[in-house]
Design a protein around this ligand. Structure first.
Ligand code: NAP
Ligand code: MN
Length: 268
């Protein structure tokens, strides 16, 4: 008989570790093999924690290609599909193939540094570009081949559909159904005066367009790039190109999963 290997990762919290132990025992009883070390041979990655834990898992394992299922022991749990009380239900439905796979596109920023090397940052939720905290930042922004605006404000956020409900939503962006393939560019505290002019709402871009960003250094040469909440500081970077990445994240969903119902239960 072929071995069906499942990888379990937790955020290290006591309830998550307990849930992992219980799940491991139940999976083994149901004929699966379990590993706590990541391997490409696993057919499924179980992420126990909240959304933050699932984002950490995705980054730690460099955007794994196998499906991921989240068990929510965290707070919001938008990516998470099961509660710790539903382990039997999860294993039964998974074994029977009673689930759907939600494919989530990801966003990437290609940074051209001061010495002309290139660094790529990938996010499942978003990429944020901002200056150092207390100064406004000035960014020359083009879409495709057209120069659009000199943005001035705290920064700009480029959200994937999956990330539209996270930071993007807090700064006034729209919630996007993940079946739509688009990037949402949301300004963070844009200035809009006779001195500075920028779009004040989000703009939506199709999957084949990229956004070009060239910072203008006024007070200092710092630029922060954040992907899914983790920041990297650059000095004198030359250019950032933001677009879709070719990495796709697959999430396991119950057959009853409905995106808008999830939005309603988590937000309203
Ligand atoms: P965190 O600061 O603990 O997370 C902020 C909240 O965002 C948590 O409640 C988290 O859920 C939730 N969240 C994460 N991804 C989401 C999604 N796709 N849809 C809806 N809610 C989502 O940091 P974290 O848990 O490591 O998450 C990183 C994310 O935090 C970043 O990608 C960014 O989107 C977001 N963030 C938001 C703000 C803001 O709203 N002002 C500021 C910074 C970062 P859990 O409770 O289940 O972890
Ligand atoms: Mn969190």
């Amino acid at each position: 008989m072929e071995h069906r290997l499942v990888c379990i990762r937790t955020n290290g919290m006591p309830t998550s570790l307990e849930t992992a132990e219980l799940l491991k025992a139940k999976l083994i009883t149901s004929g699966f093999e379990v590993t706590e070390e990541f391997t490409d041979r696993a057919e499924l990655l179980v992420s126990i924690g909240g959304d933050g834990a699932t984002l950490d898992a995705i980054h730690q394992y460099d955007f794994p290609t196998m499906p991921i299922v989240g068990i929510n022991t965290g707070h919001l749990g938008f990516f998470q599909e099961f509660h710790p009380e539903e382990l039997d239900e999860f294993i039964f439905n998974y074994k029977e193939g009673h689930y759907s796979t939600q494919e989530l596109v990801t966003v990437q920023a290609k940074v051209t540094t001061a010495d002309d090397s290139e660094v790529i940052h990938t996010g499942l939720n978003e990429v944020v570009i901002r200056g150092s905290l207390s100064y406004s930042t000035h960014l020359n922004i083009s879409i495709g081949d057209s120069f659009i605006e000199r943005f001035s404000g705290d920064g700009i956020l480029i959200a994937s559909p999956a990330g539209s409900t996270a930071y993007n939503y807090s700064v006034g962006g729209s919630i996007v159904d993940p079946r739509l393939n688009l990037l949402q560019v949301t300004p963070i505290a844009p200035m809009n005066t006779t001195a500075y002019r920028s779009f004040t709402s989000s703009v939506l871009l199709p999957s084949d367009l990229t956004l070009g960003i060239v910072p203008e250094y006024t007070r200092n040469d710092s630029t922060y790039i954040l992907t899914d909440g983790k920041e990297t500081l650059y000095h004198n970077l030359k250019r950032i190109t933001v677009g879709f990445s070719d990495k796709i994240i697959k999430l396991i969903r119950f057959e009853s999963y409905d995106f808008w119902n999830k939005v309603k239960t988590k937000f309203l």
